[in-house]
Design a protein around this ligand. Structure first.
Ligand code: ASP
Length: 331
């Protein structure tokens, strides 16, 4: 049964779950007019992503400028990196776990708060699209491991080997010492988290990764965890993360940042507070990287990280730019 039908048929959908503005608008036609007039609110389409993934934001922009939805923009945007075998932190070509298996994590979230995620999925090159199918075609939010993979095949995704020769050779080299030490800014490209606003002023987000190189088999980080690696609330804004996922999960980082924006903080201020909450739990050790990016309903953006070196890409009518993020540690 399709997710929407499932929800419609569900007897748990009570009047109490319908939002206050919707109830108000049913009662007062003037409010409908005002809401419709204000909805686009002059906010122009924009796409941002973690790191300098120029081709990904260019793809998202292509979708937005044709009038496509933010959901299509973020999915198609991050798919560019999933398909790029030279990117060893996302999709095909990603570095494997310590047993030599490439396992992928991804999640996606739309303007209505619907979300879907796949965890530790193997042999499918576009986990973000499987996550979208989980969101749209099932009554669930998360599928993991073999179940996620089998669901992907049912949805028509092809089986493909994700381990490239380059990643395999590097893994064999790593096995000689088996030293597990996440590098602070791995070659300056990492997990891709993307947020977009479309012509209707609606926000969606996507996040996809192969996770930490040489992780324990079965390890899942923040990236496919809704609220940690990604969160979107279309009334407020969105946030997404990169870096050591365990630390982002401990503070439910992206949800925290969206809630801070709801309370009135700018995206920049909210990202700074998000990083500081993580540091407050790590007083003795700051030798790791976390980077957050955020966007509010007005299309304002911000970013903050622990170590210098993190940047984020932004594509809007005013151009295509890579912006270095301010960091807690300055050099
Ligand atoms: N956040 C990802 C994870 O923990 C990895 C990264 O962004 O470097 O799996």
């Amino acid at each position: 049964m399709k997710r929407r039908k499932f929800l419609k048929n569900s007897s748990t959908l009570t009047a109490g779950m319908i939002s206050a503005p919707l109830l108000a608008s049913c009662q007062d036609p003037k409010i409908i007019e005002t809401n419709l007039a204000e909805n686009p609110s002059g906010t122009k389409p924009i796409a941002i992503c973690t790191w300098n993934f120029e081709n990904a934001t260019a793809k998202a922009w292509e979708v937005l400028k044709e009038g496509g939805s933010a959901l299509d923009a973020v999915e198609q945007g991050v798919m560019v990196e999933e398909a790029d075998i030279n990117n060893q932190t996302v999709g095909k070509g990603g570095r494997p776990d310590r047993n030599g298996n490439v396992t992928l994590d991804a999640c996606i979230m739309d303007k209505d708060g619907n979300c879907g995620a796949v965890l530790c999925i193997q042999n499918i090159a576009h986990p973000i699209s499987v996550a979208r199918k989980v969101m749209e075609e099932t009554p669930h939010v998360m599928l993991a491991g073999k179940g996620a993979e089998l669901f992907g095949y049912e949805m028509g995704f092809e089986k493909t080997s994700l381990l490239t020769e380059k990643s395999k050779l590097e893994w064999l080299e790593w096995k000689k010492t088996s030293e597990y030490k996440p590098i602070i800014n791995i070659e300056n490209h990492d997990t891709i988290g993307m947020l977009a606003i479309d012509k209707n002023g609606d926000i969606s987000g996507a996040c996809t990764t192969s996770g930490m190189a040489y992780k324990f088999a079965g390890r899942v980080g923040d990236s496919p965890i809704v609220g940690a690696g990604l969160f979107v609330d279309n009334e407020v804004g969105g946030a997404t993360a990169t870096g050591v996922g365990e630390e982002v999960v401990r503070t439910v980082g992206s949800f925290l940042i969206v809630e801070l924006m709801r309370q009135g903080k700018s995206p920049q201020e909210a990202c700074e507070e998000g990083v500081k909450r993580i540091l407050a739990k790590n007083k003795e050790n700051t030798d790791f990287q976390i980077g957050f990016i955020a966007m509010n309903k007005k299309g304002e953006t911000g970013s903050y990280c622990i170590q210098p070196g993190f940047t984020y890409r932004q594509y809007s009518e005013s151009g295509h730019v890579n912006t270095p993020s301010d960091s807690f540690i300055k050099s």
